[in-house]
Design a protein around this ligand. Structure first.
Ligand code: PLP
Length: 368
């Protein structure tokens, strides 16, 4: 039986997304009961208390379909970000929006440009859209190299993805850098800024970090994508959103599934967005944990990138061996094939302490 004829030729070469290890997968390897899953940049805390209450209120309505237009959430996001409701797109996670934009815009002959290493979905979205993709190496400090991105653009470039803070390095692009990029980028290119981790940026530590929303005018081909999965601790319920020109939102509506954001997600997102105090508290907690991790890496002589996200990229002499050593100590981090480092999510205070203890054990005096 030749199955290949059944499938679109663009599907076969795509690598399915590999999620991080789950706790139960390492119970036998770990020599401790205290296991910390620091492999998927999830929040170590549960959803916001206001979101938990809002979600439970919706349970009795689940016999009905969600509001397919997500009217209330759309209005709230428009008010919050001072844009028109027609400029808001919603997705089953921002991952779905990356795919939807690709599906809406790309066709054979197009190319897509993005930094590398970065979020792997830019590659799969490009491939599924039948487009060529160009991975542009990051700057040595781990940030997107915006000049190199510009140099890679040609007449067939349809989309440029910029991830800031970048996953997996945590670096941000600067305000001035993004401004220069947007002045120079040709008008036929859709610039998609993936700001999934923006809420973790600490203004005091990174005063010149780009604020992508400043450049959103609803006219130029420019999109900012955001998510409720990270700062808002709602990864399991799937809700992402984008600010985009109304014409692009209109096109995405034609492509998306009619009820792509479920009722509980809509309620949780609304409640979370309004909880300014909880957001500030969690940002401070993350900054503290991140700085503890970075101090530990510095003290151990391990190079790390200056992160503004909820994870830190740390270089280690042997990433595979260190990954295994950490697993034995109950710490699940994220390895990247062929890379000389590991991505470590910032846990809660106990998770950070356990991570530090494990790294000290592995790389402390006389070890490593
Ligand atoms: C840079 C980046 N963008 C987008 C996403 C997708 O997030 P979600 O689909 O949960 O909104 C992730 C998830 O890890 C990410 O790291």
């Amino acid at each position: 039986m030749d199955w290949s004829a059944f499938f679109r030729s663009t599907v076969e070469p795509v690598l399915a997304y590999q999620p991080g290890l789950r706790e139960e997968q390492i119970r036998e390897i770990a020599q401790t009961d205290a296991i910390y899953k620091l492999s998927s940049n999830e929040s170590p805390l549960p959803p916001f208390p206001s979101a938990l209450a809002a979600m439970s209120e919706q349970l009795l309505t689940l016999n009905e379909y969600p509001d397919g237009s997500a009217h209330e959430l759309t209005q709230l996001l428009a008010w919050h970000y001072e844009v028109a409701p027609e400029q808001i797109m919603l997705g089953n996670g921002s991952n779905e929006l990356l795919d939807l934009i690709a599906e809406t815009c790309l066709q054979a002959g197009d190319n897509v440009v993005f930094g590398w290493p970065s979020f792997v979905v830019y590659q799969s979205a490009a491939m599924l859209g039948g487009a060529e993709f160009r991975q542009i190496p990051l700057c040595p400090d781990g940030a997107y190299d915006l000049d190199a991105l510009l140099a890679a653009i040609d007449a067939h470039t349809k989309i440029v993805f910029i991830c800031t803070p970048n996953n997996p390095t945590g670096n941000v692009v600067s305000h001035a850098g993004l401004e220069r990029f947007l002045d120079a980028v040709p008008a036929h290119v859709l610039v998609v800024i993936d700001a999934a981790y923006e809420e973790f940026i600490d203004e005091e530590e990174a005063p010149d970090a780009a604020k992508p929303l400043v450049y959103f005018d609803g006219q130029r081909p420019y999109v900012v994508l955001k998510t409720f999965s990270k700062m808002y601790a709602l990864a399991g319920i799937r809700c992402g959103f984008g600010l985009a020109p109304a014409i692009l939102v209109e096109m995405v509506h034609k492509v998306r599934e009619p009820f792509n954001v479920n009722t509980i997600a809509q309620a949780a997102a609304r409640a979370s967005l309004e909880d300014v105090a909880e957001r500030a508290y969690r940002r401070a907690l993350n900054t503290k944990g991140r700085s503890r991790l970075q101090s530990c890496f510095a003290a151990l002589g391990l190079k790390y990138h200056p992160s503004q996200a909820n994870f830190v990229w740390v270089e280690v002499p042997d990433a595979t061996a260190t990954f295994d050593e950490l697993l034995r100590r109950g710490i699940i981090v994220r390895p990247f094939a062929g890379a000389n480092g590991l991505r470590v999510t910032v846990g809660d205070a106990a998770g950070v302490s356990a991570t530090i203890a494990a790294f000290e054990d592995i790389f402390g005096q006389g070890r490593g």
